[in-house]
Design a protein around this ligand. Sequence first.
Ligand code: MN3
Length: 202
Amino acid sequence: MSFELPDLPYAYDSLAPYMSAETLEFHHDKHHNAYVVNGNKLLEESGLKGKSLEEVIVGSYNGGAVGGLFNNAAQHWNHVEFWNWMKPNGGGAIPGDLEKKLIEDFGSVDAFKDAFVQAGVTQFGSGWCWLVLGTDGKLQVTKTANGINPIATGEGTALLGCDVWEHSYYIDYRNARPDYVKAFVNDLVNWERVAELFEAAS
Ligand code: MN3
């Protein structure tokens, strides 16, 4: 296996005004591409070349003492998922079973959104905030540093993740990370994709 950069699943200008074409051009074509190129170089030297991407992530996590291969492999996975967690005209209605489960585990959809935004805002430095279906069968909101993700930590199945590295919002929102995470959860999320992952993991 080697890492490959997928095309964006929509046009570069189709997430505006919440995420601009300029942000997507840099984020997808430069940042994500660099994870793919650097990851492939490190994969060659690693002895993990026959493994799946998930196996490479787990196999290079090293209890959190991560190096270059982990960082690039995990960020490749994170970004492939991230592009699919958004869509043009996103946000809006949440498919019934998932909405029910969000209300069951968080009290309300708004309470989930508040917790998700709070996790993104309080992640100090670069990282991600997540909606995870935990191994206990409950939905939970978590946050991780840099490229670390729920596959690595084994805390459950990632149903949704938001990239809170500055490269994902600085062009459009400058330093206003809260506005970016709110726009992500209210106006960009592809809830059909989240529901599909929820059904598969349930
Ligand atoms: Mn990124």
